[in-house]
Unconditional design. Structure first.
Length: 326
């Protein structure tokens, strides 16, 4: 059996597949998202259990991706052989049908509000740049194109950004003639950082405006998925959002889609001929309970196998350093 390569620190689903890394197939999560049909879903999980890769996989599956020149990108090959393709046309017909906004907030860890705010609008501008094909053709009016270009150029007018995600969803819906899926990664990072750095109120006001404009009463929103480690409750940024479905570590739904479940660990050990390590791995790293599912954290395991024989050390490091695609 050919030993597949193991990734370390890869968070992009396409890169994961292009380089043929060992893959734990979590694509049935896409089916469950469609079945549950929530408008806005918040997932709170510990660090290092695959939240970013989750969103990357969701984006790759649902996005009607278009290059800056207006050319369509076919992403079907990234799901060949995956479980989601066995679910039937009710689910597979949703592949490549929607515009997708993917915004990550994990870089907003600066010591003052202005620097953190600047990093956030930079991330927004990058997503505008990814979708600048909407400026082609006549889908947008001249005024809309002018507004779009200001955000793309990171103009200093702060009023441009408070509803910038809503405006982008509207532009995408007008271009694609289909509502937009919104994915927000690590939503709590700028808020946690701001709390400890002493500018929480300023950051919370901006994040609240940014989120409410796109997630609440937005006629151009198809659905949204938000991830983070914490549930922010103080002066909640989700105030008034009555379409929010919360999935915490206590929720049974989706519990098997984060981290390694026991059968998946056993399958990996078998693949690398390391079955005799199962009990030691369980003793050391079987550390979470999500819903009713016992879960191993992939990133807690990498470099602690120094007592094992050296011939198998590298393989063990590789197996449990894997950043699994969900």
């Amino acid at each position: 059996m050919q030993k597949k390569k193991l990734p370390i620190g890869i968070e992009n689903y396409k890169e994961f597949q292009d380089k043929s890394y060992y893959y734990v197939d979590k694509t049935l999560r896409l089916r469950d998202l469609l079945d549950l049909g929530g408008k806005v879903s918040l997932f709170t999980r510990p660090r290092r259990v695959g939240k970013t890769l989750t969103l990357s996989m969701i984006r790759t599956y649902f996005e009607q991706e278009i290059t800056e020149k207006g050319e369509m990108v076919d992403n079907r090959r990234y799901f060949q052989g995956m479980k989601i393709l066995e679910t039937g046309p009710e689910y597979t017909d949703q592949m490549g049908r929607y515009p997708v906004i993917f915004l990550t907030l994990k870089s907003a860890k600066q010591p003052d509000y202005q620097m953190a705010y600047s990093m956030l609008i930079r991330q927004i501008a990058l997503e505008y740049d990814r979708h600048k094909y909407v400026l082609l053709g006549e889908s947008l009016s001249d005024l809309e194109k002018q507004h779009y270009r200001k955000i793309l150029a990171m103009a200093e007018d702060a009023s441009l950004y408070v509803d910038s995600m809503y405006f982008l969803s509207r532009c995408l819906a007008k271009y694609h003639h289909r509502n937009t899926i919104v994915l927000i990664d690590e939503y709590d990072v700028p808020l946690e950082n701001a709390f400890f750095a002493g500018f929480y109120d300023q950051m919370a006001n901006f994040i609240r405006s940014l989120f409410e404009s796109v997630l609440k009463t937005n006629d151009y929103l198809e659905s949204a998925v938000i991830t983070g480690c914490l549930r922010i409750s103080k002066e909640s940024i989700f105030t008034g959002l009555n379409n929010l479905e919360i999935n915490s570590i206590l929720t049974a739904s989706y519990s098997e889609y984060f981290g390694f479940a026991q059968p998946e660990v056993e399958e990996m050990l078998s693949f690398y001929s390391l079955e005799n390590r199962k009990e030691r791995i369980r003793e050391w790293y079987d550390g979470y309970l999500f819903g009713n599912t016992e879960v191993y954290n992939p990133w807690s395991m990498p470099w602690r196998f120094c007592r094992m024989d050296m011939k198998k050390l590298f393989a063990m490091q590789s197996v449990f350093a894997i950043r699994v695609v969900w």
